[in-house]
Design a binder for this molecule. Sequence first.
Ligand SMILES: Cc1cc2nc3c(=O)[nH]c(=O)nc-3n(C[C@H](O)[C@H](O)[C@H](O)COP(=O)(O)O)c2cc1C
Length: 213
Amino acid sequence: MPIPAPDRWTMTLGEAMYTMRAIRRFRPDPIEESDLRDILDAARQAPNGGNAQPWRFLLVTDPEKRARLGELYHEAWWAKRKDEGISGPEDIPPGKGVRQSAMRLAGEIGDTPAFVLVCATARGAGAAQSVIPAVQNLLLAARSIGIGGTITTLHAVVEERVHELFGIPAEAQVVYCVPLGYPRGRFGPLDRKPLSEVAALDSWDNTPDWLAT
Ligand SMILES: Cc1cc2nc3c(=O)[nH]c(=O)nc-3n(C[C@H](O)[C@H](O)[C@H](O)COP(=O)(O)O)c2cc1C
């Protein structure tokens, strides 16, 4: 008997939210279809503008399409770096920083067991903004059953080829490309600024003691 979707997510919301770091290294193990389905089912519960639900969750598991998407992702990642004036790996600071980890992902992403291309069914910022809460639902649901991933974006340079590869109509847009898989490594604590630096009460500069952690 399959577990009804809402009853699957038994990890506490607190644990899911406080440990859901970006996972960029994956084991090759495939994800069960029922798990992928339930993760997308959680995604479609999200709030969205006017309840228009202007989204399409394009799941990619076909090995050839994943490999091709991996090539396009790699090209897009380096196109984004070029826009920032970075021309090659020698310009990326060594160490354990986000950039190194994102660069490694760009090289290996084709081996990821599954992707979700989180698309908006219309172009423009309004439709794109409406898919953002759905991605957070998707990642939290995945986290709660031990599956990791991260939000990534593509680059205009690959847009036409991505649309062609997946039959995405011209009036739609890929907002995020989310690789999903079982982590190599661990979920874990997040590195975030303290609340005292990011929260205020009634006025931009006012952070009372009770609001600071
Ligand atoms: C809008 C958005 C775009 C992002 N784009 C990328 C990306 O293109 N590649 C990538 O590896 N990570 C990407 N990330 C993940 C962030 O780098 C990551 O969440 C951030 O560094 C904090 O790390 P943590 O989530 O592990 O704590 C993106 C996250 C967001 C919210």
